[in-house]
Design a protein. Structure first.
Length: 204
């Protein structure tokens, strides 16, 4: 049985109040992996986040599909570094080559457009838009809630080891540490913007 993203999101809401010993460990082809998030200054307690993981099996496979995992319900703070740490430290030590997030990964339309030379009019519009683009409000990318990601491993053997450990952890209902690499990443929020605003206030 194949689940849509909306159906999987509904399962997350249903699972929330269920005791760990009774919650499901699979949803269709997906293994349900539990992540324990770190406390934050604004919310000083741990919480559980659920990832849905399966082998990547797209309708139009490419050479990397056989060594990739498809993940749904990506945490909004997720980065490539987070997934590298998760698989290296907790899921068999598998080496991740690349992570493609739903918001940044290549799409079919993008590939088609890139193969076509831009017209002079479209090129001028793109240049005008780039010139008026607003500065980023966050110091690092924020993922859309419930979005998907594709984790690509260095080879098929690494992917198979990772998937084996995912299924084992899901079956045991093990809660794995998440966001332990935060010290190597920009903080969530816009520290640079806040700093600039503080300097302006001090100068007034």
């Amino acid at each position: 049985m194949e689940f849509t993203l909306c159906q999987l999101s509904s399962i997350v809401e249903i699972m929330a109040p269920i005791a760990a010993s009774k919650r499901p460990t699979t949803a269709g082809d997906y293994s349900i992996l539990s992540l324990q998030t770190s406390p934050l200054p604004t919310y000083p307690t741990t919480s559980t986040h659920y990832l849905y993981v399966r082998a990547h099996d797209p309708k139009l496979p490419d050479p990397r599909s056989s060594r990739s995992l498809f993940i749904v319900n990506t945490p909004i703070d997720a980065t490539e570094s987070h997934f590298r740490t998760l698989f290296a430290d907790h899921l068999g030590g598998s080496r991740v080559e690349q992570v493609e997030f739903e918001s940044t990964g290549p799409t079919k339309s993008a590939v088609v457009k890139s193969a076509q030379p831009p017209s002079k009019k479209r090129k001028r519009v793109e240049e005008d838009n780039a010139a008026t683009e607003l500065p980023p409000t966050w110091d690092r990318d924020i993922q859309r809630s419930g979005s998907a990601a594709i984790v690509i491993f260095v080879d098929k053997a690494s992917m198979e080891v990772a998937l084996k450990h995912v299924k084992r952890a899901a079956k045991a209902r093990t809660e794995l540490a998440w966001a332990q690499s935060e010290d190597r990443l920009p903080a969530l929020g816009s520290q640079s913007t806040l700093m600039e605003f503080s300097m302006i206030c001090l100068s007034v």
